[in-house]
Design a protein around this ligand. Structure first.
Ligand code: FES
Length: 322
């Protein structure tokens, strides 16, 4: 059966049924800027940066959420699109405190990059913004709601990708913010500190506490490696400055973890530079077995049976309690 077609910036293209306009454009190598869009999560259409013009439509549409339709005629970079995107960026900039100078995300912030791209040098709108104190009450994640643009990527990362369901939208109107159940601190909530929300945050609202003040984004080089903990083999980037790992992020789109990490993989890297780290190989006096925490229960049972019953030692452990 013939594939459906649409016209993208004057060019007739085929697409797969079910694709959004954004996915069709990406498949054709046409770049549409996005902010709230998070791959593999349900699109929310919250930021309105990915707007495009569809002939005959009453308004501009959010390409990340709009399914492509047979016969559509789409313009991704018309004057109307440009003007609307610019306005939306200005409104987002006016919605909080977006002083880049001391922001941890300076140089790695999607909002900052969009403001630069669209040439926004001052903020025309003076909104009434909520003042939030910085929350660094837990050991791993700093929350700065004054920089939050309510794009919802952190909520999608928590609910759709990691399926932890620890955070969501709370309150209403100008008081809206991202909250745990009951708006409690992270450490008193259902949060398991996987840090997926931090990786998803496009601005400086969520940052890694251990990385604060250690490096600007352009000072680090990224080294790809495999997580050393369990047997899954998650792919990660080590962000390295002067030979020192300052933070860890997941490799987007790579198997097997598809851009996700657990708390150990993302935050458990202190051992790399620990003065107590073993630097020469040691042979244990007693036999010991170490199994993978991601092994199935039956394999873990057999492992301890082997070591206790055959080798004769109770020295059996795995990495789950790191
Ligand atoms: Fe499409 Fe935000 S990226 S609305």
């Amino acid at each position: 059966m013939a594939k459906p077609t649409l016209t993208l910036n004057g060019k007739l293209v085929e697409f797969e049924p079910g694709q959004t306009i954004l996915q069709v454009a990406q498949a054709q190598g046409v770049e549409i800027p996005t902010l709230c869009y998070l791959k593999e999560a349900t699109p929310t259409g919250a930021c309105r940066i990915c707007l495009v013009e569809v002939k005959g439509a009453r308004t501009l549409v959010a390409s990340c959420a709009m399914p492509a339709g047979n016969g559509m005629e789409i313009q991704t970079d018309s004057q109307a699109v440009h003007t609307s995107r610019r306005l939306n960026i200005e409104l987002l900039l006016a919605s909080g405190s977006h002083n880049c100078l001391t922001c941890e995300k300076n140089g790695d912030c999607k909002l900052q990059a969009l403001a630069y791209r669209y040439g926004i040098t001052d903020i025309r709108f003076k909104g009434q913004t909520q003042q939030y104190p910085k929350d660094d009450s837990n050991p791993l994640i700093v929350r700065d709601f004054s920089r939050c643009i309510l794009c919802g990527r952190c909520v999608q990362a928590c609910n759709d990708l990691q399926v932890n369901r620890a955070i969501g939208y709370g309150y209403r109107g100008a008081a809206s913010k991202i909250v745990t159940t009951g708006d409690r601190p992270y450490q008193e909530s259902d949060c398991v500190f996987c840090g997926q929300c931090v990786q998803a945050c496009p601005v400086g609202a969520l940052t890694e506490k251990k990385a604060v003040g250690l490096a600007r984004s352009w000072e680090t080089k990224k080294v790809r490696t495999t997580c050393p903990y369990c047997g899954v083999g998650c792919q990660m980037w080590l962000h390295v400055k002067d030979g020192r790992v300052v933070k860890v992020t997941a490799v987007e789109g790579a198997q097997p973890n598809r851009g996700m990490l657990c708390v150990k993989g993302r935050f458990g890297y202190d051992f790399i530079h620990s003065p107590e780290r073993l630097t020469t190989p040691l042979i244990k006096g007693e036999d010991a077995g170490v199994s993978c925490a991601r092994s199935i229960n039956e394999d873990s049972y057999n492992m301890q049976k082997l070591f206790r019953g055959v080798i004769g030692t109770n020295n059996i452990d795995h990495c789950a309690r790191t």
